[in-house]
Design a protein around this ligand. Structure first.
Ligand SMILES: *Cc1c(COP(=O)(O)O)cnc(C)c1O
Length: 215
């Protein structure tokens, strides 16, 4: 599906739910896509992208920025503390902040480099053992800890379990964000972004529906 077709679906889903389409940021998830395909989407005018792995992002986005100018990059994959500095130098937002150790590393490095990307706290809404994210019950405390360190927490992020209806997970994230007084909701992917928009998503992360399936 093309970028413009996805944008039309976003607009339709927003309007159907009484929302302004401009309040929804489309993050084009370019992980594991061939450079030529990413360049096509850049030529179509997309300027906000998401990458899972810092290493992969560092290998391609500096060059794309030289060619296309200012681009907004969001790191959406699990983050190890030894990759935090590189992530913070490369990205405008990080969606995978999920533990106190990471929050403290980000705060320390922000002090050193003098800036910090916008942060989303990742919540493991399904409490899946293999999945990243803070448990729902620990979310309010982690948000508070990040705020006490002066970090720019913009919202919450989740990836619902693959084999479940995503709607209750999106609802849980929305309610937790409200409890924390956060307005950002990073939720919804290729298969469920319209549901996420209906439930208040402000950032949707769409990969294969834009670029095609990954190698
Ligand atoms: C890969 C990925 C996406 C995009 O997934 P698609 O199903 O290709 O849209 C979104 N969010 C995260 C965290 C991802 O890892």
């Amino acid at each position: 599906m093309s970028l413009s077709a996805i944008k039309s679906r976003i607009t339709a889903a927003a309007i159907a739910n009484g929302r302004n389409p401009q309040d929804i940021v489309l993050i084009a998830v370019s992980k594991m896509q061939p450079d030529a395909r990413v360049e096509e989407v850049l030529h179509e005018g997309q300027r906000v992208f998401g990458e899972n792995r810092v290493q992969e992002a560092a290998g391609k986005w500096p060059r794309f920025r030289e060619i296309f100018g200012a681009l907004e990059l969001h790191i959406i994959g699990p983050l190890q503390t030894n990759k935090v500095r590189q992530a913070m130098e490369l990205a405008q937002a990080i969606h995978s902040v999920d533990r106190p150790k990471l929050v403290h590393a980000i705060a320390r490095i922000a002090g050193e480099i003098g800036h910090c990307p916008r942060l989303f706290i990742q919540v493991n809404t399904g409490a899946e053992p293999q999945k990243a994210g803070v448990l729902p019950a620990d979310t309010v405390a982690l948000v508070a800890e990040a705020r006490e360190l002066g970090l720019p927490v913009e919202g919450l992020m989740c990836i619902p379990p693959v084999d479940e209806d995503p709607a209750p997970h999106f609802a849980m994230l929305r309610d937790l964000a409200a409890e924390c007084g956060l307005s950002g909701l990073s939720m919804g992917m290729s298969d469920d972004f319209e549901t996420a928009i209906a439930m208040g998503a402000t950032h949707i992360r769409v990969g294969s529906a834009i670029f095609g399936s990954r190698a």
